[in-house]
Write a protein that binds this ligand. Structure first.
Ligand code: COA
Length: 378
């Protein structure tokens, strides 16, 4: 029993456990790399748009120009929200977290347009990619400004579409591309917790929407997707770099976790962080609160000096989104809008060669004992 318990502690949180096969991405090979379908994330983030990446992940190859144009047109045509979904969104209170809005919106869409032979898994993946931004902003504008927005738009990219809906005007090119790059970076990450949750749900032969809802619920937590919001909360506590350095040293002395740092798989650096950091720096030059970039850089410096911990993708995504004028509580939902591509690819892959995912546990409870009737307990 002791030996088994030790084995479990060593592999706590399933660290280092190989839980299946995938042809979709690699994470942390040689401690640093990230590839989608064999392509390096650096090249993808420099030259590809989010829609190309979604296609690559879901269909397995990069689209050619005609395929990409058709795909963009298709997603644009799928942006209309059904009346029943709008009613459900209007019933969600303003006090709800936007992650709850996406979780509920996805679930509601699943009741209105359930998976079937004529509404297939890829139809649903496309529909969710197209409607998640609209669901979020529809709810937001209804609850916060009392307006029922039209969720159609002539913006071709998901990033441009989201910003257009949110601000009700055409976004600047730099903001549109910054968000587009961030969606590319967030789109996929092998057997991370939310993808694994989606795969577990798929492994029970559940429907596509249920798999995605599992993913959304799992992504919400601060140790996973919720870290970008938590990082923003941290960064905005400080007004200057020296203040941030002192504050972080104090937090580390108090054994507090610094959100947006560390990673289960990457050991040297998170390759997505350097890419999004450049965007944060670029946008800071003209942003109203550009000093927050200096604050972030100071936090990064202290974390390296004190703990040898590097920023993960969430840390500089936070200021990048802030400089795009996006409210903090939309940061994790943006992660969902991107990761739905990766989740979809994984659900499809899991279904192709399925076996129920059901691990074992080491039992640490009482030894077998006789049941005592209620009247005799006491
Ligand atoms: N701030 C301070 N210390 C941290 C830390 C952080 N962000 N991340 C890890 N550490 C420390 C832990 O305290 C622990 O120290 P100890 O061995 O002295 O107890 C050690 O590093 C290992 O951390 P642990 O939490 O056990 O690693 P993990 O692999 O289970 O967790 C994360 C990985 C990502 C959950 C963890 O790094 C974390 O909580 N980061 C902050 C949340 C975050 O940014 N999540 C997004 C991930 S992309």
């Amino acid at each position: 029993m002791v030996e088994n318990a030790l084995a479990t502690k060593k592999t706590g949180g399933l660290a280092g456990v190989i839980a299946g096969q995938t042809a979709i991405s690699t994470v942390g090979k040689e401690g640093i790399g990230l590839t989608y379908r064999g392509y390096d994330i650096g090249a993808l983030a420099t030259s590809a748009s989010f829609e190309e990446i979604a296609w690559l992940l879901i269909y397995g190859e990069l689209p050619d120009e005609t395929e990409l144009n058709h795909y963009r047109q298709r997603l644009m045509q799928l942006r209309t929200l059904p009346a029943g979904l709008k009613q459900a969104l209007e019933a969600i209170p303003a006090t709800a977290h936007p992650m709850d809005v996406l979780r509920t919106g996805c679930s509601m869409l699943g009741t209105l347009e359930p998976e079937s032979d004529t509404h297939t898994q890829t139809d649903i993946a496309d529909r969710l990619l197209a409607t998640l931004p609209g669901m979020l902003v529809y709810w937001y504008q209804f609850q916060y400004n009392g307006t029922r927005i039209d969720t159609t738009s002539d913006e071709e990219t998901t990033a441009g579409y989201f910003l257009h809906l949110l601000k009700d005007k055409k976004p600047e090119a730099s903001l549109r591309r910054a968000l587009d790059v961030s969606l590319v970076l967030y789109a996929e990450h092998e057997f991370n917790a939310s993808t694994f949750a989606a795969r577990i749900t798929a492994s029970t032969l559940s429907d596509f929407y249920s798999c995605i809802v599992s993913g959304i619920g799992t992504l919400r937590g601060a140790l996973h997707g919720g870290a970008n919001e938590a990082a923003m909360e941290l960064i905005t506590q400080f007004k200057t770099a020296p203040e941030a350095e002192a504050g972080i040293r104090k937090m580390l002395l108090e054994k507090q976790k610094i959100m947006g740092f560390g990673h289960r798989v990457y050991k040297i650096s998170d390759p997505r962080s350097d890419i999004i950091k450049l965007w944060s720096e670029k946008l800071a030059e003209t942003a109203k609160e550009g000093y927050l970039y200096e604050v972030s850089a100071a936090i990064e410096k202290v974390m390296w000096e004190e703990k040898h911990l590097f920023p993960n993708v969430d840390f500089y995504s936070a200021t990048t989104y802030h400089f795009c004028g996006i409210p903090k509580f939309f940061f994790t939902p943006l992660f969902v809008m991107a990761r739905v591509a990766g989740w979809s690819a994984h659900i499809i892959e899991q279904r192709k060669d399925n076996r129920l995912i059901r691990p074992d546990a080491v039992y640490t409870g009482p030894m077998p004992r006789p049941f005592v009737l209620l009247a005799q307990r006491g």
